[in-house]
Design a protein around this ligand. Structure first.
Ligand code: PLP
Length: 384
């Protein structure tokens, strides 16, 4: 049986076999607990964890002591947002974020509101970019954190992180960025970009699921954080829980591999993505969502005029694994909040497709998908 062509790399990516090979010994022979400091099993595991920490730190220009391992970007976002809010009560209770953030940022912010914090959610422009003047105007004396994602998981838009960082630095406000979709795909430098906290995850860059990290700056400024998981005091007290060496080793290997090939892979993906888009545009009524160039290389998000969302998905699903412009929230299908935020109507948001191209995507696959899409859209429109 043919499996659908996988074009959902923003949801997750397949584990790279080289990553798996690096992980395997840490499940079996090197199974020690990195916190066991009385024997070689523990030392071996601890050495692997520290090497991985150093590799991840190097990838973002941080110091190894600034990396806290978590179960992924959701936990990292929660630790950053709630941890900073709780630690900064003396300064204020105001946070600034953006309407197009992932729910792992929006929901912790909503939770903080129930505790009496105030959250400003900034709109984005039609191209998905945040307007810096609006951010500047939103900053206050009592603002304790600005959280703006590096790259959007739906429309791939890459925000002006360095400028946002510079602005926050100038106003002495901590800056957090959710870089779950960005790591290994676009250059990230916490020092040059003035980033105080950054959330990472492994499974969007061909690493294992269930592992990520929070970068927490220890130098100008040294970020104060209240831990959200209490226990054995692992990770310098910031995140208790036995470390998981196979996942951590895999995470570091995945990031290192992605960075080693980043520029060529970006060029290849942009060419494939443009090939898909250019094949469809002669149909007319194919609207590109998000900024045309300030976006992730492997992202294409399109709204298709003149077709019904559900019918479009049904026509495409057997051939390709893609994501639609809707999300399932508590069993109710809702139009994407990101597409609505950039001004798409509800109907158009439903009639949208997110393509996430990745390392396994080939030109032959893109041609099959492009042809199938072209014919499906034509057929659906003629029936309408
Ligand atoms: C932008 C963004 N933030 C956070 C997450 C959550 O990451 P994780 O699956 O590691 O918890 C995702 C992935 O779905 C994402 O795309």
């Amino acid at each position: 049986m043919h499996r659908p062509i996988y074009l959902d790399c923003h949801a997750t990516t397949p584990l790279d076999p080289l990553v798996l090979a690096a992980m395997l010994p840490y499940f079996t022979e090197s199974f020690g607990n990195p916190a066991s400091n009385t024997h070689s099993y523990g030392w071996e595991a601890a050495a692997a964890v520290e090497q991985s920490r150093a590799a991840i730190a190097q990838a973002i220009h941080a110091d190894p002591s600034e990396i806290i391992f978590t179960s992924g970007a959701t936990e990292a976002n929660n630790l950053a947002i709630k941890g900073v809010a709780e630690a900064s009560l003396a300064k204020g209770r105001h946070l600034v974020t953006v309407v197009t953030e992932h729910s792992a940022v929006l929901d912790p912010c909503r939770y903080l509101e129930t505790l009496g914090f105030e959250v400003t959610r900034l709109p984005v422009q039609g191209d998905g970019l945040l307007e810096l003047a609006q951010l500047e105007a939103a900053l206050r004396e009592d603002t304790v954190l600005v959280s703006v994602m590096a790259a959007n998981n739906e429309i791939g838009v890459v925000q002006a992180i360095a400028q946002i960082g510079a602005l926050c630095r100038q106003r002495h406000i901590l800056f957090h960025t959710d870089a779950a979709q960005a790591i290994g795909k676009i250059p990230l430098d916490v020092e040059a970009m003035n980033i105080s906290l950054m959330s990472l995850t492994a499974h969007k860059v061909y690493g294992p699921k269930g592992i990520g990290a929070l970068y927490v700056s220890r130098r100008n400024p040294r970020v104060q954080l209240v831990p959200q998981l209490h226990g054995g005091g692992h990770e310098r007290g910031m995140r208790s829980g036995t470390l998981y060496p196979p996942q951590i080793v895999g995470f570091a290997r995945a990031v290192t591999l992605a960075l080693a090939h980043r520029a060529e892979e970006a060029e290849r993906l942009v060419a494939l993505r443009d090939r898909l888009y250019n094949h469809l545009t002669p149909l007319g009524g194919i609207l590109l969502n998000g900024h045309p160039t300030q976006r992730l290389p492997g992202n294409l998000n399109l709204s298709i005029e003149g077709v019904e969302g559900q019918a479009l998905l049904l026509a495409l699903q057997p051939a390709m694994a893609i994501s639609s412009g809707s999300a399932c929230t508590s069993a109710k299908i809702e139009p994407s909040h990101v597409l609505r935020a950039i001004g798409r109507s509800e109907a158009l948001a439903y009639a949208s497709i997110r393509f996430g191209l990745g390392r396994t995507t080939t030109p032959a696959q893109i041609d099959i998908v492009a042809d199938h899409l072209y014919r499906s859209i034509k057929a659906l429109r003629s029936r309408a």
